[in-house]
Design a protein around this ligand. Structure first.
Ligand SMILES: *Cc1c(COP(=O)(O)O)cnc(C)c1O
Length: 377
């Protein structure tokens, strides 16, 4: 049996006619950038995320970059974020000239630890603390970070909160949607996300009218009116084609999310039944709507050998992420070293993502678990 990590072809077959129809319409119109399809998607996503507004952008990375720019975070400022996430979260901070301040994660959810954020702020000398401007929590793998405590800390210290919700569309924290919790919510339509386009794309949510207007201006080089620049923005525009495809997919998102959650439950029970609970730990569901962008196993030992074994037996799997951000070469000048964030370092060496996409069949999940069992036999 073959179980790829992700199979987008199966999903495409179910929406093919709708996609071809809208694509052809856009080709005929020759109207490709922003416009009515983008505006329609912005309204739909704002509503889906319980935010007042949304601004379609060129990628999830640009969503973070644009939010930082809108919050006027720049040279010499500091931004707290997690040491265990996709590179873009911290890359965007450096690209606006600010300094990422890494904080370790919780061992059960892999999300940034509020207690460690608090400790990091306390430890800062006054002069450094004055430069601290924002926190970027990441809702990793599809589960929200502990936002109440994070927002409380942000309020106490006058910090902007930018949610990196690239993996978490529709995810909930205490019945509130990702993207409605902080000042900005950043989403990605990269094809492997739960709501992916046919290329790159992203969106920023906000409930501030002023920031909504500001984001739209910065998206087009900061020109307002056109060709008159009071600030420097960039080209962060979303294509009509991407917006139209994402709008179509949004109608099916809840159904796909439900299938992912059911697949996760199936893994949980098959792993238990197979007596593997002492070898691998299944995800800890802390918040009430985990949308399972990834199904992450924690593997006590021989993780890399297990990965090779699964791949050899046609099971797609991947390590998200093998190097915590504080140990990336490009951040060497920040002065971190091995041992600084032990929970992130442990995760990097012990986690393994298994296929969890909606179209996965029960026998495929059974096969994956059976292969894990055979590896340990
Ligand atoms: C995918 C992802 C991004 C970047 O999104 P792109 O659309 O690929 O630029 C940022 N942060 C996290 C946590 C992601 O998973």
């Amino acid at each position: 049996m073959n179980v790829p990590l992700l199979d987008l072809k199966a999903q495409y077959q179910t929406i093919k006619d709708e996609c071809l129809e809208v694509t052809q319409e856009i080709y005929e119109s020759q109207y490709f950038i922003l416009g009515p399809y983008v505006e329609k998607l912005e309204k739909e996503i704002a509503e889906y995320c319980s935010a007042k507004y949304a601004v379609g952008v060129s990628s999830g990375t640009d969503a973070i970059l644009l939010s930082l720019m809108a919050a006027e975070i720049g040279h010499g400022d500091r931004v707290i974020t997690t040491s265990y996430t996709f590179f873009a979260t911290a890359g965007a901070v450096s690209r606006v000239g600010a300094i990422p301040v890494f904080v370790d994660i919780e061992p059960d959810t892999y999300n940034i630890s509020p207690a460690k954020i608090e400790a990091a702020i306390k430890e800062m000398p006054g002069s450094v603390r004055k430069t601290l401007k924002a926190i970027i929590p990441v809702h990793l793998y599809g589960q929200c970070a502990d936002m109440d405590r994070i927002i409380e800390l942000a309020k106490e210290n006058n910090l902007v909160v930018i949610e990196d919700a690239a993996q978490a569309i529709g995810s909930e924290y205490q019945e509130k949607r990702a993207g409605s919790l902080g000042d900005f919510g950043c989403f990605s339509f990269f094809p492997s996300k739960n709501l992916g386009g046919f290329g790159d794309g992203g969106i920023v949510t906000t409930s501030s009218k002023d920031q909504y207007e500001n984001l739209k201006i910065l998206r087009v080089h900061g020109g307002h009116p056109k060709y008159y620049h009071n600030q420097i923005g960039g080209n962060f525009r979303l294509d009509a084609l991407q917006a139209a495809i994402v709008s179509i997919k949004l109608k099916y998102l809840d159904q796909w999310t439900k299938a992912r959650q059911e697949n996760a439950q199936m893994y949980n029970s098959f792993i238990k039944e197979a007596g593997l609970s002492n070898k691998v730990t299944v995800p800890f569901e802390k918040e009430n709507r985990h949308i399972y962008n990834q199904f992450i196993l924690q593997v006590a030992d021989r993780r890399d050998e297990l990965k090779d074994f699964l791949i050899k037996n046609n099971v797609g799997c991947e390590i998200y992420y093998p190097v915590p951000l504080h140990l990336q070469k490009c951040f060497a000048d920040l002065g971190y070293s091995t041992g600084d964030f032990p929970v992130s370092e442990y995760a990097a060496e012990h986690i393994l993502a298994l296929p969890v996409y909606p179209e996965l069949r029960e026998e495929q999940i059974a096969y994956v678990v059976d292969q894990i069992k055979q590896f340990y036999a």
